[in-house]
Design a protein. Structure first.
Lengths: 388, 460
């Protein structure tokens, strides 16, 4: 109770001092922006939100928007061209990355042919930071490296220092299994895919489904994203491309029930593998993370055997990737990471922090939108690409 | 994550508190911390470097203020620089004299273009416009379907056809004219900047419709690569503004700073949720404090502005400082604070809250109990709790459905709080007269020309 009194009083103090800022802002002519959820929670009626101030409006619109007119459906859905499946030649990560890296060429070429000094370490630091490795992990790596150079363990040569660092990074991933685990029959293996919005969960599942199907496994996809508009249709297109079955629920249905149905379906038909899509969710949304826990509990239920919970991470993601990994792991015990969009200019260095701080292995890498554009994670190539 | 950063800045505060002038060593120490904070917020390394130098330039020497502590001074400078970089000329949208006004959205895969398109459509509708949504993303499976569903829910027509994106864009112009739409929002496929064919395609789309506005849609969680993305899209399309998405997570959004710095175009809108209504104009000062990890104070202040009677609050603070704060005042404040939402969430957002208070579990039922106790007191008792004798306490406990222990606790804690406030309140530099003076000084200073102008920045 004491905290409440102090909290309220302090709150008032702080607000009043901050309140002056408000007054000044208001005087500058800024109208308060539309409120978000807060207003609803407090139950206070709000005046209709005014238009944001920094937008010049024309004279009041002449024609007030009348009653919502019938929505014309001038949409014709095109069956997307199905690309030929050419899984025979898996793209090497290096080939894919080559495109991106060529643009930057010779990141650390500057430190070669020079004595190793503080500037050398600064350049390495820069390379790591620009690769989204993050300041904490970078600092730890470099402190260790500096120590070893000082003690003579690592030769005071630019190439020796670089290869020592590469060795450290590769060693980080060395013992990790990269393949996805299949459960022994009977009972279908279940792989669950989770992540924030827009990282490429559905695309990853589509590509994996094609691969697994081509390797002779009978695959069932579960369209567990019942929230986002047309997410089911998106997965359906992938299911057609990969020629696998898909279980869908109605929009807004409980995702757990869709996954339950998919497992039942797979079990009845003797399928080997269920890949379950889920709606993208920010790890900060408590209720959505609760929903995901439930999805996991359902996915674990026999006859299904949940062997993988894959966190899909976008290579362009910065330091928030670590927070995502932490929160998703806490909620659903992530077993591995699929790093997507690595064919762009982003280097995905955040997975180094994810691996070193949370111990979550990186299993898959997505390198394009084609059916075959998914490869096993290769630490050597990944690390090499960081410095290229 | 927010908490740790706020703590760290408070750490610098306390370390620097009590030191006199800001020497170079202290400046360096603070700048190192700020560098880390900015990098953790995903501000691009080059941008961080630039910022740090500007901050260093403003911190060492002449500009030191007498009314602020050194730490406050540094934080203020940092905040101003961030706000200045993020802000500048705000985005102004004016409608084309010959409708439709054409808006083109571009960005990487998964940045949130389709959702942003729907949100924009809703926003235009609210402005009394009559938008047409154009689905020119024929790449991603079901992207057209997604926009069609979103458009249907909003009552906005969606146009697309299974040809090719450039043809769709071209034909949509006729469609907008045929249907008499005055705004046209074109959603395009996500593309990587190094995919030369796709970048050429989006250029062709742009050439075909000659958009009035081209927006880059970028994810607030983007890391260092935001700079490359922004630059490549700006080179290809000549961007007019940026839409920052997924700001409802806990990413600190440093990418916005990088993008702003690199393309020099304003951030027009932010997307803060999955619902069409979660769309807002952009406020640089808000994002600046977020990047610094200082909590979303400004949002809170805005809420306060709506819900709070500032006059009453200021009077309360004055009474606090004079030691005349009564239970009656407290009850009044509690009512106001409660209107802003659950106490716990609100307190978490306030910077400068002691950690113990911020971390304390506050049960709103306890708040109710406190209210009940105070309401069961007479006016005289509320003004002066010393009159409370045993029988009065029993009456109050009975009246409020609590026990005399609860009543005793409340009275005791309230007295202690009063004592505490009398000593630390005015010194905290947070409240009342002193706080106001501090802010006023800050404003004057800024007007007098502490701000780095774009031209002088470029010369550096």
């Amino acid at each position: 109770m004491v905290t409440i009194i102090i909290a309220v009083v302090l709150g008032v103090l702080i607000l009043v001092s901050a309140g002056f800022v408000v007054a000044t802002r208001a005087r500058r002519g800024a109208a308060p922006p539309p409120d978000r959820a807060g207003a609803a929670a407090t139950g206070v009626l709000q005046a209709p939100a005014e238009s944001p101030p920094d937008v010049v409006q024309e004279a009041p619109a002449t024609a007030a928007p009348g009653p919502v007119e019938a929505v014309e459906e001038s949409v014709a859905e095109a069956p997307p061209e199905l690309p030929e499946i050419e899984l025979e030649q898996r793209p090497a990560l290096r080939d894919r990355l080559g495109k991106a890296r060529a643009l930057f060429g010779g990141y650390l070429s500057g430190i070669r042919g020079r004595a190793v000094d503080e500037a050398t370490f600064e350049e390495i630091e820069e390379a790591l930071l620009l690769g989204d490795v993050g300041i904490k992990t970078t600092t730890e790596l470099l402190e260790d490296l500096r120590g070893r150079v000082k003690s003579g363990e690592v030769e005071r040569q630019p190439d020796a220092v670089l290869s020592a660092l590469r060795g450290d990074l590769e060693a980080l991933f060395e013992k990790d299994e990269t393949g996805l685990v299949l459960a022994p029959p009977p009972g279908p293996t279940v792989w669950l895919f989770v992540g924030v919005n827009g990282v490429g969960k559905t695309t990853t599942i589509g590509k994996l489904a094609a691969r697994e199907s081509l390797e002779g496994r009978r695959v069932v996809l579960a369209a567990g994203d019942t929230f986002r508009a047309a997410a089911g249709e998106q997965l359906e297109t992938w299911a057609q491309r990969a020629e696998v079955n898909l279980i869908r629920g109605s929009d807004g249905a409980d995702p757990s029930s869709v996954i339950f149905d998919a497992v039942q379906h797979a079990s009845a038909r003797g399928a080997d593998l269920v890949m379950a899509d889920t709606a993208g969710r920010l790890h900060t949304k408590v209720n959505l993370m609760e929903e995901l826990r439930k999805v996991r509990r359902v996915a674990e239920r026999p006859p299904g055997q949940l062997t993988e919970v894959i966190l899909v991470l976008d290579a362009t993601t910065g330091q928030n990737g670590l927070v995502q990994a932490r929160q998703f792991t806490e909620a659903v015990a992530v077993t591995g990471v699929a790093l997507t969009k690595l064919d762009g200019t982003a280097k995905g260095g955040i997975v180094i922090a994810v691996r070193s701080e949370l111990g979550i292995p990186i299993k898959l890498v997505g390198v394009g939108e084609g059916l075959a554009d998914i490869v096993e994670f290769d630490p050597k190539e990944f690390v090499a690409a960081l410095f290229e | 994550m927010f908490e740790t950063l706020t703590d760290r800045f408070e750490g610098i505060f306390t370390r620097l508190r009590g030191r006199g002038l800001l020497g170079d060593a202290e400046v360096n120490e603070v700048l190192r911390e700020i560098r880390v904070a900015l990098l953790e917020a995903d501000v691009n390394l080059a941008v961080v470097r630039d910022l740090i130098e500007r901050i260093r330039g403003r911190c060492s020497g002449a500009e030191l203020s007498k009314s602020l502590t050194p730490a406050q001074q540094v934080i203020k400078v940092v905040n101003e620089e961030l706000t200045a970089t993020l802000g500048g000329e705000p985005f102004r949208l004016s409608y084309a004299s010959r409708p439709p006004t054409i808006v083109l959205l571009a960005g990487l895969q998964g940045s949130g273009k389709t959702t942003a398109a729907a949100k924009l459509a809703r926003w235009f509708k609210q402005q009394g416009r009559n938008p047409l949504l154009v689905a020119a993303d024929l790449q991603r499976p079901a992207a057209v379907e997604q926009l069609r569903i979103l458009g249907h829910d909003l009552g906005v027509t969606v146009f697309s056809e299974p040809t090719d994106p450039v043809a769709v864009a071209r034909k949509s112009l006729e469609e907008a004219q045929r249907l008499g739409r005055d705004v046209m929002i074109v959603d395009t496929a996500g593309r990587l900047t190094i995919d030369l064919a796709l970048m050429a395609e989006v250029r062709s789309i742009s050439a075909a419709i000659e958009p009035d506005y081209t927006f880059l849609v970028i994810d607030a969680m983007t890391g260092q690569d935001a700079v490359n993305t922004a630059k490549a899209f700006n080179d290809a399309l000549a961007l007019d503004a940026v839409i920052l998405t997924k700001l409802d997570g806990d990413a600190r959004g440093g990418a916005a700073l990088s993008v702003k710095q690199v393309v020099g175009k304003p951030i027009a809108y932010v997307s803060t949720g999955e619902k069409p209504a979660d769309f807002d104009a952009f406020y640089p000062d808000r994002l600046a404090s977020r990047i610094l990890g200082m909590g979303d104070v400004l949002s809170l202040i805005e809420k306060a502005e709506k819900e709070y009677d500032a006059g009453v609050a200021e009077k309360a603070v004055e009474r606090l400082q004079q030691g005349q704060f009564t239970l009656e005042d407290f009850l009044e404040q509690l009512q106001q604070v409660k209107r802003m939402g659950p106490l716990q969430g609100m307190l978490g957002m306030l910077p400068g809250m002691p950690k113990e208070v911020r971390d304390a579990k506050i049960d709103d039922r306890d708040v109710g109990r406190i209210e009940a106790i105070i309401r069961s007191m007479t006016q005289a008792e509320r003004r002066d709790p010393t009159v409370l004798n045993g029988s009065r306490r029993i009456r109050i406990a009975n009246g409020s459905g609590t026990s005399t222990t609860d009543v005793n606790n409340l009275v005791k804690q309230f007295k202690e709080m009063q004592k505490m406030m009398r000593t630390i309140g005015p010194m905290a530099g947070l409240a009342g007269g002193k706080g106001r003076k501090m802010n006023r000084d800050g404003r004057n200073k800024k007007v007098k020309g502490g701000r780095v102008t774009p031209s002088s920045r470029g010369a550096r």
